[in-house]
Design a protein around this ligand. Sequence first.
Ligand SMILES: [Zn+2]
Ligand SMILES: [Zn+2]
Length: 108
Amino acid sequence: MPTLANQRCFNHAGREAVARCPECRQFFCRECITEHDDRVLCTACLAKLARVPFAKRPAFVRVLRLARCAFGILMAWFFFYLIGELLLKIPSSFHEGTLWRANWTDQE
Ligand SMILES: [Zn+2]
Ligand SMILES: [Zn+2]
């Protein structure tokens, strides 16, 4: 089991290691390690972690925005389609006012 005390930096063979990167499990000196979100990472892993969200986030947001936009258009189309259907189903007598009059006289 290798201990931190007798380990050398992964990048600098002449330097003593001060920390171990939890991502790549390599030992690094103070210069090669950086703190990020309460975690100690080597510069290579930090760059790897920093690159992933930047590459993924815009695509995800774009897809989400597109889906929301498409859904909105679909809902609007469905809404107007329903209104159109309703207007077609209503008999022309309704627009003339005769249907209302006929219904009221039936009920009384
Ligand atoms: Zn690392
Ligand atoms: Zn180093």
